[in-house]
Design a protein around this ligand. Structure first.
Ligand code: SF4
Ligand code: SF4
Length: 524
């Protein structure tokens, strides 16, 4: 049949449909970075951040240099991850590889600590103590010192490359690299005796891995702290996404209180007498200029906001100048914010009218919700705190109660037993005595059970055949080869095996290991 072209296409309804990825909506996957020139902020949060920066950097750089006397048999560095000896020293605590659960416990505590802080005070970790935040702050100090504050830096950026610009840029990047080297250098000092390693580095005599680690950490510090800055938080770090899921309506977040700020106006003095309703925001952009993430908090909650609170400082300064109450930008809970917005907008019926939140004297009305510190102690926060504290108490108990003497026994697999010419049966074992203190001591090794059994230790006098006093080196594993023999007529005693008991007679510390005794017909 011949196909006829449709003559009445106009009668077919055209649906309003558009592909979501229509060409006009498409944006490049990678948006070019727009450089940010954060202005120096002044105020209480900035001072607090200086303090946190000093304390955290001070701890990081100085800790490997703190000495701690553990006697002649152990290193005198207070904090040391001794990979060669497989030990972790933390002041008076020494962790052996088999006690790695302490490190796991610390990681669990760190995880719950972050949950706890996030649910109580929002992204305080990001804003104050995250290494990325702290190092970016430090790099910005250098940048401001050399290139000046925001306006000077923007001017310098726009000027062509002349001698002055080259000099400033070279100086800045050289100091950034020096900070990177110091950061990488400080890191490796946690893994070896710091003074000896420093001497080795200065005489180019340190192990190659030390130079490699410094090079890698110098590069990452320089690139992340100096070049990428806010992009690390926005694109690379998973924490903003996780935290967004952890915040609830009672979590503290940095908030622009548009219920008192809108309508913003740069001409409030003229607008108010003309009968216009204007809020407290004078649209000066001071909050945007200081933001290290380059965002405008007046646009609402954003993933990029690290809650550093510098915009609070900037806006408080503006409010001080204008003689208005501080707190146009403040730490607030979303529920308080929503309640105040409902008040200012008559439950959403009108645009924000700041007159609704003030009385005739310009004072906030009673219904305006202010932050109440008691909200921090809500059930969810208390639950996180309880779990965190329980893990901490459990670890503390395990730390205090742990033995510093450990006994491990490995039964010989080949042969599993030997039948002597008189019919007696002999089993061999490899015993490992772990003396976890940095002092030499004598340990008594005793055979319990199998009353007719006779024990010998290779290289030691026979003794009474049941108990031996063994010298063990400080902070070491002492291996012993032992043989246990049972007469033929007493083989029935081997049914339940026996125990080896290691005991320090002076401290009565002891460890017991249950052992099998193999004989013809029972070997596995
Ligand atoms: S919006 Fe404010 S709190 Fe958020 S990152 Fe910027 S300055 Fe810090
Ligand atoms: S600093 Fe305060 S007054 Fe100035 S634009 Fe930001 S919110 Fe408005």
């Amino acid at each position: 049949m011949l196909h006829q072209p449709a003559s009445n296409a106009g009668s077919v309804e055209r649906l309003e449909a558009e592909p979501v990825n229509a060409e006009r909506h498409r944006r490049p996957l990678y948006e070019k970075r727009r450089k940010i020139f954060p202005k120096r902020a002044e105020g209480r949060f900035r001072r607090f951040k200086w303090l946190v920066m000093l304390v955290t950097l001070g701890i990081y750089y100085s800790t490997p240099w703190i000495r701690w006397d553990r006697g002649i048999h152990a290193p005198d560095q207070a904090v040391l991850i001794d990979l060669a000896s497989r030990r972790f020293y933390f002041f008076f605590i020494e962790i052996w590889p088999q006690e790695f659960f302490f490190v796991a416990g610390l990681l669990v505590m760190a995880g719950f600590g972050l949950f706890l802080v996030t649910s109580a005070v929002g992204r305080a970790w990001c804003g104050y103590t995250c290494p990325q935040t702290v190092w970016v702050d430090l790099f910005l100090v250098v940048e401001r010192f050399i290139e000046g504050d925001r306006n000077a830096r923007m001017r310098l950026e726009a000027t062509p490359w002349r001698l002055d610009k080259i000099r400033k840029r070279v100086g800045k990047h050289a100091i950034w690299l020096a900070i990177g080297v110091a950061t990488g250098g400080a890191w490796i000092f946690y893994f070896a005796d710091a003074p000896s390693l420093l001497a080795g580095l200065l005489t180019v005599d340190a192990p190659p891995v030390a130079y490699t680690t410094i090079a890698v950490l110098t590069t990452t510090t320089y690139v992340f702290g100096g070049l990428m800055r806010e992009q690390v938080c926005t694109y690379m770090c998973p924490w903003p996404r996780i935290q967004a899921a952890m915040l609830d309506e009672n979590s503290l977040v940095v908030t622009y209180n548009d219920w008192r700020g809108e309508r913003r106006s740069r001409h409030a003095k003229k607008a108010a007498p003309a009968g216009e309703v204007v809020g407290d925001c004078v649209d000066c952009n001071a909050c945007v200029a200081v933001c290290p993430m380059g965002i405008d908090i007046r646009d609402g909650q954003q993933l990029e906001c690290i809650t550093c609170a510098l915009c609070i400082d900037a806006c408080d300064g503006v409010m001080d100048k204008l003689g208005r109450e501080r707190g146009l930008i403040s730490y607030a809970t979303l529920s308080d914010y929503a309640a105040n917005m409902a008040l200012a907008t008559n439950n959403g019926a009108t645009a924000v009218n700041p007159r609704r939140v003030r009385n005739a004297n310009g004072v906030f009305v009673e219904q305006v919700r202010q932050f109440d510190w008691r909200i921090i102690f809500r059930p969810r926060v208390l639950l996180y705190f309880s779990v965190w504290a329980l893990v901490g108490i459990g670890m503390l108990y395990a730390l205090v109660a742990r033995d510093r003497l450990e006994l491990n026994v490995l039964h010989d697999r080949n042969p599993q037993y030997v039948v002597d010419s008189d019919g007696s049966v002999r089993n061999g074992y490899m015993v490992k005595l772990l003396n976890m203190i940095p002092e030499q001591r004598r340990i008594t090794l005793t055979l319990d059970g199998m009353p007719s059994a006779d024990m010998r230790i290779a290289g030691q006098a026979p003794g009474d055949g049941r108990s031996f006093s063994v010298a063990v080196d400080p902070d070491k594993v002492t291996p012993l080869k032992i043989f246990v023999t049972l007469p033929r007529e007493k083989l029935a005693e081997a049914k339940d095996g026996f125990s080896l008991r290691a005991e320090d007679p002076s401290s009565h510390e002891q460890d017991v290991y249950r052992v099998n005794f193999n004989q013809p017909g029972t070997a596995k």
